[in-house]
Design a binder for this molecule. Structure first.
Ligand code: 1GP
Length: 252
């Protein structure tokens, strides 16, 4: 198993270079839409395509990922809401443990059940401490996970949770306000969490404009994930990518 994608995330972080991932929900894209998104993403130099969702109701994951791979070279990373959302056609898998919750199934239970299948897939496995932060409204992830999110103003809980995840060996910390969150994660929480961990920090949920994406990066996010806003207006890919990639690196 390679760790090419994780190594590139580490190298980008070392340079202070920020990355951008577009999240594609396999339920919501037609072949034409995939063609449009991959063309825009390639032109805008999007770093990664994440594929998945908290609840996927169709059985099109293989087809969607194959179509993406046919169109472009952007690495495809699975972001699964359940063990059924795995396909060997992707490049990597965020192996998520919901460390902000106390639902044993999502901390370790489902991983045990799916481990042989995941291992067989030969995907690059990136163990990820997944933290759901209250985004101002119940989102699919908070309902499905049956676990309370971290309150949006409790920076200390977020810091301690991220530190614990890192010390348990997780390679990424992903703080998510949930898809379509009313209130994205605050810069103050991002800043506090970024200060106490060394692994790359992924931020997503409710980011709708390039200014917010830029501020999140300045606060310490290494990878920004955007789904909903791009589903509504695919042309945003260009502006979002330009904003995220315009954050000054350590050497510039
Ligand atoms: C959701 O972090 C992702 O899990 C992205 O959220 O769809 O709100 O951009 P949005």
């Amino acid at each position: 198993m390679t760790n090419r994608i994780y190594q590139s995330l580490l190298q980008q972080k070392a340079k202070g270079q920020k990355s951008f991932a577009v999240l594609i929900d396999p339920d919501k894209v037609t072949v034409d839409k995939i063609d449009e998104l991959t063309a825009l993403a390639t032109e805008a130099r999007v770093d990664y395509l994440l594929v998945g969702g908290s609840l996927v109701v169709t059985n099109r994951l293989d087809e969607v990922v194959q179509q993406i791979k046919k169109n472009c070279d952007i690495p495809v990373i699975l972001f699964p809401g359940s063990p059924s959302q795995i396909t060997p056609y992707a490049d990597a898998l965020l192996y998520l443990s919901l460390i902000s919750g106390r639902n044993a199934e999502l901390l370790i239970g489902q991983h045990v059940i799916s481990a042989p299948f995941v291992k067989q897939s030969r995907l690059e496995i990136i163990s990820t401490g997944y933290m759901v932060i209250d985004g101002g409204a119940p989102t699919t992830v908070s309902y499905i996970s049956n676990a309370a999110p971290i309150p949006a103003d409790k920076n200390e809980i977020a810091m301690c949770t991220a530190m614990a995840g890192e010390m348990l060996g997780m390679k990424l910390v992903y703080m998510d306000a949930g898809s379509g969150a009313k209130r994205p994660i605050t810069e103050s929480m991002i800043e506090k969490v970024a200060e106490v961990i060394e692994v790359p920090l992924v931020i997503g949920g409710g980011i709708c404009d390039p200014e917010k994406a830029y501020r999140n990066c300045k606060a310490g996010a290494d990878l920004i994930v955007i789904g909903n806003a791009i589903e509504k207006d695919a042309s945003l890919i260009k502006e979002m990518s330009a904003a995220i990639h315009s954050v000054p690196t350590r050497i510039s």
